[in-house]
Structure formats: structure tokens, C-alpha cells
Design a protein around this ligand. Sequence first.
Ligand SMILES: [Zn+2]
Length: 317
Amino acid sequence: MPVNHKPQLTDDERAERRAQDREYARQAVEQLRSSDGWNAWLTARASFRNYSLGNQLLIAMARPTATRVAGFRAWLKLGYSVQKRPDDVPEGAWAIKIWAPCPPSRKQLERWQHNGANPDERPRTFFKLVPVFAQDQVQAMPPPALPVPLEPPIRDIDGDDLAAVLPRLIALASDLEVGVRFDDLPGCAHGCYEIKNQRITIDAGLSANQKVKTFCHELAHAIVRLDRQPEDPELDYASEELVAESVAFTCVRSLGIAAEGYSIPYLTSWAEDTDLEVLEQTAGLIDRLASRIETALHTEPADNDIDDIGESEAVIA
Ligand SMILES: [Zn+2]
């Protein structure tokens, strides 16, 4: 995208812009109040697990089909060009907007140094919404460009190709001093976590991929207790189930298991009666638990490196 030297905004215009951005971000959190929005976030999270929760929510709201995003120039480097905005999409609604850091310019830093380099006045990095585009908004460029493959592998939940992942989860459980056994489980549960004995049991009759999913679910029950943080919301039985199942859903999706036709047992009345802040804290908790499990699951770095969007620093909004 050519660099536009836009006219400087006045302070009022800048404040107005910031207020609009905050409202846009608030709407993205608001989507957690519906089952569809909750699932859209968890699905987006599976592809954007190294993005901030705020950015996961913004991507889920703007483009639920996104599995990869990048800025205009970053896409060119990957061998793709961003498609023109279709006529039926209103202006301003084609790009996905996410938070990106804007470190101070060299000029600002020089001016600050020239004026005595007072540490309290050092120009700060701030965040602003920048446009990015998803894999289904771009087209492969003709040769000699070599477009990189974009689609993650799809695995079947009833398959066994993730058997190699199980030892990594056992190692994580062992780090947490949680015992693990594979056994016949009476009743319909695929697994359970015994709080007092700190022990996970997984139904030995499941496919390897199902075992991985159940393992993630039970680990979420374990970690939510063993690594409780002051900001964690209070969970009753039902909301803890929602948390554990959400963690399992997003973790297995990040491994390429297509969980089509499978949805989270969403708690509609809970979501309707819960403060937006608590909803966001619950999403933050799920994000933290899932990240902990994913560090064990994934030996390779996440696909969607934040550098891909064409910004220089990690987004931490
Ligand atoms: Zn459970």
C-alpha cells in the first residue's frame, strides 16, 4: 500500500478517532454474549493463538472465516495480492482492523533527546487499529511469484494421527504433578479429573485424536485450580465446563482437527446476565489455559507470526 502522507489530525479529531476505535473494540468483546460469537472467537483463536485476546476478538467479528491475516505489503511478500473491495461491501468494511503497536518515530525520539531526554517525557509506543486482510481476501500472484501454501492440514476427530501428541500432554501433566491413566470409564464421560487426587483419567477406548481433545479438557480443569490467578473469574460447575470445553475446542482446532458439527455447550442465560468485564475475564482465562496447553502441543512456532502483518513489534493490546 503506498504510504499516504495524510494531513495531520487535530487533537479533537485524534480523540474522536480513539473513541471510535475503543467502541469498535468493545463491540468485538460484546460478541461473546452469543453462542455464535463465542464459537467464532474460539475458532479464530485456534488460528491466532499468539495474538492478543483483543485482536482475536476483532478478527472473529470482522471475518470469522480468517485463518491467516497479513497487511497489504506482507501479503505481497507471501506471493498474494489483496483483492479489490467487492461492490456489495461498504467502504471501510473490507479490511479487518486489528491493534498494532506504533513505536515513536525517529524524529520524535530525536526531538526528545534534543530537549533533555527526560525519562518521564519519552515518546511512548501506542496502539492503533491497522488494516489487515484474510487468506480468503487475496489471490495468488502469477509466476514468477511463488505463493506460500495457506491452508492448514485437516484432521479427523476420530483419527489416530495425533498419537504422537499424547506424550507431550503427559509431560505437561507431570510438570503440574497431575497423574494420568488410560482406563475403561463407566458411563458416558470420556474423561475425568479427580480434584483431591490430582489425577486425570481418559477413556482408553477413544481414538488418539479424541484422547487428545479429552486430555486438553481435563488439563483445563486441573490448571484452572493449580494455577489460579487473582484476576480469574469465579466459576461454578456449568461455567467451568464451558471453560474446559472451550479450551479443548480451540486447542484441537489449532492442531488441525476440524470439529465441524461440534459446538460448545454455550450458557446463553449466563452470558446474558454476566457483566461484559467478567465475560472478557473468562475469555482471558480460556486464552491463558489454552496457551499453556498449546506450548506443550506445538513444538513448532505458530503459523500466524505477528510479524506477518507487516508490523515490527509484537502486538500486546
Ligand atoms: Zn469437564
